[in-house]
Design a protein around this ligand. Sequence first.
Ligand SMILES: [Fe+2]
Length: 364
Amino acid sequence: MRNITIHLPKRLEIGAGASARVGQIVEAERIFVLATPHTAVFAQKLGLTGQITVFDDLPGEPDIACLEAALAAARAARPDLVVGLGGGSAMDVAKLVAALWDGDQTLAEVAGPNKVAGRRTALVQVATTAGTGSEAGIRALITDPGAGAKIAVESPHLIADLAVLDPVLTFSVPPAVTAATGIDAMAHCVEAFTNINAHPVIDGFARMGIDLVGRFLKRAVQDGTDTEAREGMMLASFYGGICLGPVNTAAGHALAYPLGTLLHLPHGLANAIIFPHMLAFNESSVPDKTAEVAAALGLSGDLAKAAHRFCEDLGVEMRLSAHGATEDQLPRFAADAHAIRRLMNNNPREMSVEDVLAIYRAAF
Ligand SMILES: [Fe+2]
């Protein structure tokens, strides 16, 4: 068995209403909150008593300019606490702002593993979606529009002092977003579970996450205020986040990334579209684990069709053409995805550029 390292937030608060207790747990004088226009409203409900500055100019896929703007705002606010309040975009930017605002390292200098020099500012992550699992881990992804790719920063200094999983904060997430982000959470679990670097400890978290998605995603989509289902999905997302640390994703996420950078699809939706195709493509290399996934999701019969129907029945529009893709874009998507070797090399079944292109064509 290979050696692995698991970083977890120093403290976790889990359950309905947990977010209101942040102020009792963490004392701070100047608080800098990274939010989105949708999640900024929650900043006043965390029980914080210090001076709060909210930066909510965050798009779904934050890029370098967006991080620079957040850093400039943080330098003006001089926080002793940074709070990520949102989905992956808010939490990823919060990690980098907390670590970089008072130092002299640039994004280029910290790109890659273990380059961040340190962090003096406390970091709290409050998830408001169930999908990215960013609250669980040490990785932050920033889009580089020039390269059309993601810059991955990974450091133990990016782990949260406190992470909050409060299902009530996800009640207002619309059904389509709940579905797509929920499938993204599952994809983190499945791609780690079937990964060539799979590890028994991470398999355990992956199984718990996949099982929760099978039990609760449909309910969370049908009734956004189903607390039990929302809490189940938040845990699935958190377990997926743990899977991302020591094992990470594989070809599924590599194929999803060009749909984000070039077609501008939200990350969860891009992964939902790719998920059934990758599950079926990898089946011959990891048959037993694929059978476990199918059983947990209640899939029977032809795997590709059943997995496709699973996503479609949740209300996800699965055709790339319906999202504005044109057929002449597919070879570029395939070339870009195939070039993301850090993920493609994790896949249990070797993929040629033609294999990748065939999946985009099937999803078109
Ligand atoms: Fe993802």
